[in-house]
Ligand binder design. Structure first.
Ligand code: KIV
Length: 278
């Protein structure tokens, strides 16, 4: 049985912090689960770190289903939550519910994540009623990068802060089981976390959230186009991979790879028969 939304709520209750990480493919998902990560996000950040787009806007439902399947195949215990891509839940709630249903049925995930606050409460209510667990996402919502004019910290004015608090409360009341707070000042994230009974998961939202989420490629040092201030690099896989590839190329060029140990043999008799045929 995979980690349930009730278990995540119980973790908040016990004061046990939740470590969430993204994964987008079978191999990395398997590694992440082996390190006991309870929640894996198939984030639409795959648009940038896997597909090379400059934002999450071009990511499609088919992209999210394709990557969700791979992550689900690589895991057994972790709760898998997937981002609903841009414009898959904004127009009308019936279409949003149908798209969330596709992600669960075809992608095999356990829940979906939506960016937005009070404007989405009806959509969240309908999804929850249909049996689809929903994680909210407020603060910096990357799918609105064009409206927000960049990736900036949100909720710094008293008006904005009050709006974020109202959004968080509305999402909890609508039935969301957890909320991501992205690029929110730490004291505001603390206030929201204390106000809610569901877990808050921060990214660039300071240390007081119930959990933290990071992008796999950022913490592993694989994505080098841009390093956000809130990221801590736990590995330098970019450097390691480059070095390994250099060594491989040099070994091939200089005849050091492959050796006999890395080759397959053929029976001597068969070989001499083949040679005689010439
Ligand atoms: O897509 C993503 O990786 C996300 C995280 C930044 C929370 O939504």
């Amino acid at each position: 049985m995979r980690v349930t939304i009730q278990q995540l709520k119980d973790m908040k209750e016990r004061g046990e912090r939740i470590a969430m990480l993204t994964a987008y493919d079978y191999t990395s998902a398997k590694l992440v689960e082996q390190a006991d990560v309870p929640v894996i996000l198939v984030g639409d950040s795959l648009g940038q770190v896997v597909l090379g787009h400059d934002s999450t806007i071009p990511v499609t439902m088919d992209d999210m289903i394709h990557h969700s399947r791979a992550v689900v195949r690589g895991t057994e215990k972790a709760h898998i939550v997937v981002d609903m891509p841009f414009m898959s839940y904004h127009a009308e709630w019936p279409a949003a519910v149908r798209n969330a249903g596709r992600l669960m049925k075809e992608g095999g995930v356990n829940s979906v994540k939506l960016e937005g606050g009070r404007d989405l409460t009806r959509t969240v209510q309908r999804m929850v009623k249909a049996g689809i667990p929903v994680m909210g996402h407020i603060g910096l919502t990357p799918q609105s990068v064009n409206q927000l004019s960049g990736y900036k910290v949100q909720g710094r004015s008293s008006e904005q802060a009050a709006e974020l608090l109202a959004d968080a409360v509305a999402l909890e009341e609508a039935g969301a089981y957890a909320i991501v707070l992205e690029l929110v000042p730490a004291p505001l994230a603390k206030l929201i976390t204390e106000k809610l009974s569901i877990p808050t998961i921060g990214i660039g939202a300071g240390p007081y959230c119930d959990g933290q989420v990071q992008v796999f490629h950022d913490v592993m040092g694989l994505f080098e186009d841009f390093v956000p201030k809130h990221t801590r690099r736990y590995a330098k896989l970019g450097d390691e991979i480059r070095q390994a590839v250099w060594t491989y190329v040099a070994d091939v060029k200089d005849g050091r790879f492959p050796t006999a140990a890395e080759s397959y043999d053929l029976d001597d008799v068969l070989l001499s028969q083949l040679s005689d045929k010439k």
